[in-house]
Design a binder for this molecule. Structure first.
Ligand SMILES: C[S@@+](CC[C@H](N)C(=O)[O-])C[C@H]1O[C@@H](n2cnc3c(N)ncnc32)[C@H](O)[C@@H]1O
Length: 459
């Protein structure tokens, strides 16, 4: 197949499509982007590059090496724009300073828009950031505004080696890609979003920002569920946010991974699950683990209760108050999307491809806004049963559906900020799935192999 988008081979194309990467030097990072997003031998469009950032020397070196020419000012056509505000954002201390920088970037995007070759990209490199002791999602905030003029295609997560450093703010950064396509209009209205932030102490922030987690092969009951999360991931969160005998809750239990991880750590475990089929599986797994022969080393068994119930109907007397909630909702109705590769494989093996056909199943809701607001209402309702200063972790993904990007993780965090304080996010990274060559030769489409673990504290 002819490559009309750039000059790289399929061997170089495919790894670039993975939605996260272990960050190399800035120079290598720039080079990979220039090689991917610029075609240097296109007879109709010059290989021109717009750059904003503090590493111009690195950029000049790799641009020259790869046949790209840097334009200065806003008076000639641009094939690709790279805006790197990682360092600039880290110097910002107040929301006013942030608004000034955001206005500058928006004005730059507005001027670039008419010059940008149709179907081509602007990439922005930016971290989320503490404004004094308030955790502020600068990357998401900027993306919402830029997306009023350009089409938000997707994001990649740059993972930094400082991950294990207690100054976790250096753990990750976002690489957000926007395209000038049929959905873009060049208007760029600054979206003023009132992220309701509050002070956060560093000791309540999970000490890492990313982890590559390879779950063990699923046993014969776990495989019956189409989207289970790995217990080892959950265990790290439960260990960090709770103590022995605390009460852990999951309103959408699935196969009971949360509860199993909780009792294994000596915490009490509670939950609800809409499907009777999965509720049974979850209860069986718990019973098996807590059977006297396996649990003889403990004198006191943790308490557990999993009810077959719609999470919207949880009553005040169903459970004791929670110290911590950890959960993962359906990722909208993505499991009902036909044609996903994984779905086809499960069908062949006679396994379920969705959770249920129940109308109460949030995974069956067609309308995105309704899905989001129902979900937010569940978490608001649960806030009433979470102890003061209790924590909550929600595992979700941003969603790409029929070429449109729905930033589900950001939308959820934004809505929840009314009742919960946002803490730094953690990324569960997958490295055991084959990359698919989506868009090969035509455009950039990533393979989303990162899940957000959004952390909150009750206000
Ligand atoms: C992503 S899965 C959770 C998987 C689980 N964490 C595990 O590791 O097995 C989401 C679950 O939410 C359940 N669910 C969907 N709508 C629900 C509702 N209204 N109330 C309770 N559970 C619901 C689905 O049946 C599904 O099992």
């Amino acid at each position: 197949m002819k490559n009309r988008f750039n000059n790289i081979s399929s061997k170089e194309w495919l790894p670039f499509q993975k939605s996260w990467f272990l960050s190399d030097s800035t120079e290598t990072l720039y080079e990979k982007h220039i090689r991917f997003f610029i075609k240097y031998d296109d007879p109709e469009h010059a290989p021109t590059l717009f750059y904003y950032g503090k590493n111009k020397e690195s950029l000049l070196r790799v641009a020259e090496k790869n046949g790209a020419r840097i334009v200065s000012g806003f008076d000639e056509p641009v094939q690709y724009a790279l805006i790197d505000v990682r360092k600039t954002v880290q110097e910002i201390r107040t929301i006013e300073e942030w608004e000034t920088l955001k206005a500058q970037i928006l004005s730059m995007a507005k001027q670039l828009y008419p010059l940008l070759t149709p179907k081509r990209f602007i990439t922005i490199l930016i971290p989320n950031h503490f404004l004094q002791d308030h955790y502020f999602p600068a990357a998401w905030d900027l993306a919402y505004s830029i997306a009023t003029g350009l089409s938000l295609k997707d994001e990649k997560i740059g993972c930094l080696p400082e991950n294990t450093d207690p100054h976790f703010e250096n753990g990750i950064f976002y690489v957000i890609n926007f395209r000038k396509d049929d959905r873009a209009n060049g208007r760029f209205e600054s979206e003023t979003i009132h992220w309701e932030t509050a002070p956060v102490s560093k000791k309540e922030c999970f000490p890492r920002q990313w982890g590559i987690i390879k779950p063990p092969p699923r046993d014969k009951t776990e495989i019956l569920h189409p989207a289970k999360f790995p217990e080892n991931l959950i265990k790290d969160f439960i260990s960090f946010y709770t103590r022995e005998n605390d009460n852990v809750f999951d309103p959408m239990t699935g196969t009971g991974s949360t509860q199993l991880a909780a009792v294994q750590l000596g915490r009490n475990a509670y939950g609800t699950e809409l499907s009777s089929f999965f509720t049974r599986i979850a209860n069986n797994r718990l019973q098996e683990f807590l059977s006297p022969s396996l649990f003889s080393q403990k004198t006191e068994q943790p308490d557990y209760k999993i009810l077959n119930k719609d999470a919207r109907d949880i009553g005040k007397n169903d459970f004791p108050a929670f110290d911590y909630i950890i959960t993962s909702p359906p990722y909208w109705n993505m499991l009902n999307m036909k044609g996903a590769e994984n779905q086809a494989k499960r069908k062949q093996k006679g396994l379920r491809v969705n959770y249920s056909d129940d109308a109460g199943d949030l995974g069956n809701m067609e309308d995105y806004d309704r899905f989001l607001s129902e979900l937010v209402n569940i978490y608001f309702h649960l806030a009433g049963q979470l102890k003061p200063n209790g924590y909550m972790t929600i595992i979700v993904k941003n969603i790409k559906k029929k070429g449109v990007n729905y930033p589900f993780a950001w939308d959820l965090a934004k809505a929840l900020s009314k009742k919960f304080v946002l803490l730094p996010e953690f990324f569960w990274l997958q490295d055991d799935i084959n990359l698919a060559p989506y868009g090969y030769g035509n455009t950039f489409v990533s393979n989303t192999f990162h899940h957000y673990c959004l952390n909150f504290k009750k206000k």
